[in-house]
Design a protein around this ligand. Structure first.
Ligand SMILES: NC(=O)c1ccc[n+]([C@@H]2O[C@H](COP(=O)([O-])OP(=O)(O)OC[C@H]3O[C@@H](n4cnc5c(N)ncnc54)[C@H](OP(=O)(O)O)[C@@H]3O)[C@@H](O)[C@H]2O)c1
Length: 243
């Protein structure tokens, strides 16, 4: 299968490090022009350089902006009015006892993990539908279907992200645009020693590039029949047949 994304423009939210940076790199490797994003100019430029180092002929643009705010998203829309591939990767997480999560923190999780994706989809999806091609993917987590006791705010917002993504998939019905969630499992990164990899069937951490490779497939024309779904790249971590 030749997954060629030449001629497509992709945006990956929150892509200065970790899974987002790996997704941007894999999309670039497959020929897409890629927009990387983070909150600061410096880290965003640094990420663009990292993609160029991996994929020397890649077309990479760095656009800084805090996507948890309307203003930050507005700046991004000015700099990048249209894309063919949107990856809602941005997400925050961290352990906290559920009784200690106050209203402000609940609001922050909702703004970052849910509303940032809603804003980006609302802006970019109509153009994709008009042009008859587009790919939207939201990075959810095993926490979306198995609420973790020590990260209830993460679980709740990732469950909401699945519903948001399914809802927009319905809005795009019959247009040639697909809209999916990708459920990532415990993935190698700076905090990965705290993760629960032995519970997965692969009994190892997922490599960020493995999530990037699923994104490349879902972005391709070959994946046109996959929409409205939640696709697992979790190493079999979720103990169910369906997500
Ligand atoms: N890591 C895992 O094991 C795992 C498992 C399942 C699902 N996931 C999901 O995968 C996604 C990526 O996770 P990760 O571990 O790779 O994340 P990460 O290493 O914490 O990186 C988060 C990225 O988001 C950016 N960011 C943070 N707040 C932002 C904002 N308000 N506006 C724009 N960018 C912002 C950060 O850039 P700056 O700091 O430069 O702004 C950084 O590039 C998340 O949705 C997470 O829930 C991760």
């Amino acid at each position: 299968m030749n997954l060629d994304l030449t001629g497509r423009r992709a945006l990956v939210s929150g892509s200065t490090q970790g899974i987002g940076l790996a997704i941007a790199t894999e999309l670039a490797r497959s020929g897409a022009a890629v927009v990387v994003n983070g909150r600061s100019e410096e880290r965003t430029e640094h990420a663009a350089e990292a993609v160029r180092r991996e994929v020397p002929d890649a077309e990479v643009t760095a656009v800084a902006g805090d996507l948890a705010s309307e203003g930050g998203a507005g700046e991004l829309f000015k700099a990048t009015p249209e894309v063919d591939i949107l990856v809602n990767n941005l997400g925050i997480y961290g352990a906290k006892p559920v009784f200690e999560i106050d209203d402000d923190e609940w609001r922050r999780y909702f703004e970052v993990n849910v509303l940032s994706a809603v804003r980006l989809i609302r802006h970019y999806l109509p153009g994709m539908m008009e042009r008859g091609f587009g790919r939207v993917m939201s990075i959810a987590s095993e926490a979306a279907v198995a609420t973790p006791l020590h990260m209830v705010h993460l679980g709740v917002t990732k469950t909401a992200l699945l519903a948001v993504t399914r809802g927009f998939a319905k809005a795009a019905a019959g247009t040639g645009v697909t809209v999916n969630s990708v459920l990532a499992g415990p993935t190698r990164g700076p905090a990965s020693e705290e993760l629960d990899d032995p519970k997965s069937l692969t009994q190892r951490l997922i490599e960020p590039a493995e999530i990037g490779q699923m994104i490349v497939y879902l972005s391709s024309t070959q994946a046109a029949a996959t929409t409205g779904g939640a696709i697992r790249v979790d190493g079999g971590y979720i103990d169910s047949i369906l997500p």
